[in-house]
Every structure is written in structure tokens, then in C-alpha cells.
Design a protein around this ligand. Sequence first.
Ligand SMILES: Cc1ncc(COP(=O)(O)O)c(C=O)c1O
Length: 384
Amino acid sequence: MRDFAALRRRFPVLARKTYLNSGSYCALADSVRDAINAYMEDRLQVGANWDVWVEKNEAVRSAMAAVLRASPDEVAVTASASAGLNALASAFQFHGPRNKVIVSDFEFPTNAQIWHAQELRGARVVHVPATPDGYIPLDNFARLIDDETQLVAVTHVCFRNGARLDIPGIVRLAHAHGARVLLDCYQAVGALTVDVRQLDVDFAVGGMLKYLLGTAGIGFLYVRGALLPTLIPSNSGWFAQENIFAMDITANRPAPSARRFEAGTPAVVNCYAAEAGLKIILEVGTDVIEQRVRELTRHCLDELAGVGWASVTPPQDERRGPMVCIPAREPARLCQSLMEQDIVASFRDNNLRATLHFYNSADDVLRLVTVLQQCRTRHHPHAK
Ligand SMILES: Cc1ncc(COP(=O)(O)O)c(C=O)c1O
């Protein structure tokens, strides 16, 4: 049994705040702060330490591969999830009959906008609708995935309502039609186990600033190894080349590995932070984290039900990610008043969004529900 209280003490902000905002930006761990300070010290003492810095990028690649249960050669370290998506999209061709890209209505904007941007290159983008109960059943995907589908690009967990899609089911449907699957696992990875081999996805994107405990300005793209030789990105740069230091300006010679989806100089300081964050995730273990997060979200839903405040997040464990979304009147104002009482959360649409990580506790959940009850008259959706 993990000592979650001891782990919690490694995140100093948790001593001051009820922090329910990891789906927006994680709490800062002392080791992540130390890593950023180590970079600063390097700059002060050594000046330019490129050999060490390039290795930091490789350390992030290896740690990210371990989290995804992939090989380091299948992972590109990118500047953001969007950067990874753009590099990948640039390697697809859309001029043949297989030009359909399927996205769901649960997507974070970037994973729809970037595919719509490919309409300039011949892509047809089709949206899979949600049902009125706030889920997207497999049947809705089955109706749209066909032999003209090149890619199904779906989120793992919806950033609006916390619903988790049936990824293995979607992958089976897509592969049966010869289509590939891209998983946007940003709202899941680090809080749930995202095993790319077990899920059998072809591509996955995300970034380090949420449940991976790192910082903004660094992300990843996973590409199934067998697909690498067939995908040559036109979105490139010198760090994407087979031999970075050849400095050859006569040709584009992409790296054989997923590094071909990278571009320019890595964000060195972000690599320091990301490596430190990923180390914590690997130390605690994603299976342990997933179970803890499931218990906390379950507890939150039960407490809310107990005070007659329904959630729009699916109650079934297998349909839920690390967040609980709570309908509220004036959610922005509610968020502000929670902030004034040292509860950090966020909001989307008409919902307050409480996102939970392993460092949260049952007390955090109780505190949230208690304060919600105090604001009930103003913010409960059905208050008279
Ligand atoms: C599910 C999901 N995908 C993508 C993004 C955007 O990632 P980036 O800003 O790194 O491009 C976010 C950011 O919140 C997200 O929640």
C-alpha cells in the first residue's frame, strides 16, 4: 500500500490549497522545482552544456516511452501536443479515396482544428456526435468508420465532461476497415495507464503539464514502430534528421525513429522539468495511480449524490477519467469563490471541473463538497 500522505508532502502547494486542477496544470513537486534550479545552476556555472542538455531530451524520450509502454524509438519529444499533431498530419496524403478523418464531438479543439486544416490538402473531416446522455457509444463510430477512413483521431477522456471513450472498441472498428487510430491521451496519461500496445493505437499525443507532473512547452508523439518507414513528415527541421550534426543542406534525410517528427532545438529547461515529473509517475506506477484516481472520483460522485448535486461525468468506472464535472449556475463565479477559499478548480461549459491526481485525498473531496453546499443557493442548477 502506497504512503499517499508522504507523496502528498512532496507537492508544497497542497499544504496551502485544495488543489483540484491537475487537468489544467499539475501541482509542482519539489523535485521538479529542483530540476529547473539545476538547469539554472548549469547555466550559471558551465554556461553552455550541450552534451548534457541533449541527453536530457533523450532521458525524457526514454521515460515517456516507459510510461506509454512503448520503445524510445517510437516517441518524439515535441513542443506541445499540437506540434506533434501537425508533424504527423504533414506525413499523411489525402488525395486518394481514403481521405476521411474521423474526430469525435468530445475533442479538445486542437485535435479537430488541425484535421480541419488538412481540408486544404484534400482531407474530409467527419464528426462523431455524442448522445444526449453525454456519451459517445461505439455504434456512433461504427456508423461513420468505413473503407474511405484514413484516420480516427479521438480523445481518451473528454476535457468537457470527463467521459472516457471505449478506445479498444474504436480501434477494433478502425482496424477492421484499414484505418489508423490516433489517441489524444492528454487528459488521461499520468492519471490512467495508457499502454499503447495493449490499446493497439497507432499514434498517441499528449504533453507534460497536466498529470505527467512536468511543465508547459513540452509534449510527445508516439508512432507505432512498424509505421515509421511509411511516414515522412514535410513539417521538419534539423533535429528531425538522421544525423543532426551532419549539417547537410542538400537534402531532407529524416531519422529512422520517431525523432523524424521533431523540429528544432529542444526546450532544454522543459526537459529538466519533464524528466523529473515523469520519474515520479514511474516511481508511483500508473496502475497504482489509476486505482487511486478511480477511488477518488468515485468518492466525489458519491458525496455529490449524497447532497443531491448530480454530475455530468459518467458513473461507470470504465467510462470515467480523472475528472468530475459538476453542473453549476455561473461556473466562472463559482470557480472564483472557490479560489477565494483556497480551492483551485476550473470550469468548462456550465460545469465546474474538479480534476484529481494521486496526491489528492478524500479530505480534498469533502472540502469541495462542503463548500459547494455553502454556495448551493446561488450555484446549484436547480436551486430555487
Ligand atoms: C485533451 C487535450 N488535447 C490537447 C490539448 C492541447 O495541447 P497543447 O496545448 O500541448 O497543444 C489539451 C490541453 O489542455 C487537452 O486537454
